[in-house]
Design a protein around this ligand. Structure first.
Ligand code: URA
Length: 269
């Protein structure tokens, strides 16, 4: 049996505590589904995801968008996205050839989730699995992110998940500066449209590319801001797979987010 993850324990704890604290903000359906098959903790999550109508990327990647113009580069070499809706933006991104990453991609991983999410996660870029499926965070790191989301008392469908770059960097290298710069207008427009209350930055790359800051070790767990939106930098789930002892730090960071969003235990008065 797979070793129990720190986040599995948190989810289990939430499940037991919900009977003691009647006003706890845990969605019963989430907990029930999660524990439907406890030995394989991520499976119910996966099943739930595959039965969901939401994954816009999957839907959209199958839908050609003939009415939407290909991206136009401004004199500064940036794309014009200011007036695009989320669906228009996706259609444009799916045709994007602005940087060299387009040549080796299988799919464009636009991002997915609730277009009105109060909570948004931003990673660095698609890996092999994401590139195959056209969806963000569906590999091993994604399974851990799913657990983090559920431990935060959300479902994956309630949040929005995106990346700094939308095409896979070869051999999972970090996105380069020019690649991030070409792709960032898409993400910035996504943020503007989704308008979350909190953005969680997963690791050093989104911290660098969205906020222009280095030092994830020092800056994780400290509230920051992007265009008036609260930002919480924390470690990337792929780092947590290599360094599970850091999960406790991440949980501390995520609890700050939960507290801000009202996802806290409330004892009966
Ligand atoms: N890592 C990321 O940063 N993003 C993904 O979508 C998958 C893995």
């Amino acid at each position: 049996m797979a070793e129990k993850c720190f986040f599995d324990e948190i989810i289990e704890c939430l499940d037991t505590q919900k009977d003691k604290h009647k006003t706890i903000f845990v969605q019963h359906e989430t907990i029930r589904e999660f524990f439907a098959e406890k030995a394989a903790v991520s499976k119910p999550v996966q099943e739930k995801l595959s039965s969901q109508p939401i994954p816009e990327q999957r839907k959209m990647s199958a839908v050609p968008a003939p009415s939407i113009k290909p991206p136009t580069a401004s004199p500064a070499g940036k794309i014009a996205v200011e007036n695009l809706s989320l669906n228009e933006l996706r259609a444009v991104a799916l045709n994007c050839h602005l940087c060299k990453l387009h040549s080796k991609r299988n799919t464009v991983v636009f991002g997915e989730g609730n277009p009105q999410a109060e909570l948004m996660f931003i990673g660095e870029g698609p890996g092999m699995e994401e590139d195959m499926q056209g969806r963000p965070f569906v590999g091993a790191a994604g399974q851990l992110l799913d657990k983090m989301i559920i431990a935060m008392q959300y479902t994956r469908e309630e949040v929005y998940i995106a990346n700094i770059v939308k095409c896979r960097p070869p051999n999972n290298r970090n996105p380069e500066e020019d690649e991030a710069a070409q792709c960032l207008p898409y993400l910035k427009r996504q943020i503007e449209l989704v308008s979350p209350k909190v953005i969680v930055l997963l690791g050093a790359i989104p911290l660098l590319r969205l906020l222009g800051k280095t030092g994830i070790m020092k800056l994780r767990g400290q509230w920051d801001e992007y265009n008036g939106i609260k930002v919480m930098p924390t470690f990337h789930p792929a780092f947590l797979l290599r360094s599970p002892e850091a999960k406790k730090d991440v949980w501390r960071d995520l609890q700050q987010v939960m507290k801000f969003l009202g996802k806290v235990y409330k004892k009966d008065n």
